[in-house]
Write a protein that binds this ligand. Sequence first.
Ligand code: PEP
Ligand code: MN
Length: 353
Amino acid sequence: MIIMKSDATKEQVRHVVKEVEKYGLRADVSAGDYRTVIGLVGDERKIPFDHFAILPGVKEARMVETPYKLVTREYAKMAGEPERRIIKVGNVEIGGDELVFIAGPCAVESKKQLFTIAEGCKKAGAHILRGGIFKARSSVHSFQGLGSAGEEEAREALQWMREAGDKFEMPVITESRGEGQIDLIAEYADIIQIGARNMYDQDLLTAVARKKKPILFKRHFGAGIEEFLSFAEYMVAEDNKDVILCERGILPLGKGKSYTRYTLDLAAVPVLEKETYLPVMVDPSHAAGRRDLVLPLSFAAIAAGACGLIVEVHHNPVEALVDSAQQITPDDLKILIDTAKTIRKDMAGKKKK
Ligand code: PEP
Ligand code: MN
């Protein structure tokens, strides 16, 4: 990390960036009101700190010992950048004062199904529409999502998402399961989701970040917080800071019958918020795996400080092709959203006092 003097000129910053690039590294320039901080991205063995430290305008060049740095609040603070990143998607602000609710079916099954659910979600108060077109499934014999049938089918389903989003005035999000799907998805979606199973796929992360669209990044069920942030760093290192972190449950303990699909790690929410400026959301649906737990977990997540939720909703959950047990109805979504907002309002009132 190179910290420039507060009176360093633009020319001096440009010169440092050129020097950094000469060594085959990339420079992440954060120009704050007070001073500019340059994060170096690349193989740390190549970095001649002593050389950088004496360049004109440089206050300090030092090694950061954590496997991530660009995502930290400390980095933003040093650069004089906001301590919270607000990500704008259409008219929606993620990480701002208002809670954001992403809702929709686990999988897009048909145009009619999608439009019925989208309308219900909008009426319930949702802001963003979700819908899986490329599904990450544990068995090759299960329904893999309409997109897996071929490019034409994928494009058609993506078009439905776009149309439903436009009709009900909600930006849309869908998951990219692999590098080969990114270009097509980016043509239609406003936010690209990286699923829990792909959290460790650094090539996928790099490729998706280069689309310069917001990304919803889900924590792998076996990943620690440090790993989660280290892999978020892959996207921020591509100069895409529009990354929404999503806690969705880690592997549950115990033998035999498990009562929840995963264990929602609620402590991760305030921990991540202390560590990073990126907004943190929670997915209660995949954590619970059962619809009777989705509302209580949602309320707990809001109380823990999440800036929003991503919830699976189906007009007829028992008939859903994927994740039937955990999808809630639009009526339940309305109760969820109204109650979550009340909790948030109550918390905000207490903070002010
Ligand atoms: C999903 O949101 O559709 C999904 C598959 O979630 P996760 O990656 O968290 O399992
Ligand atoms: Mn699902």
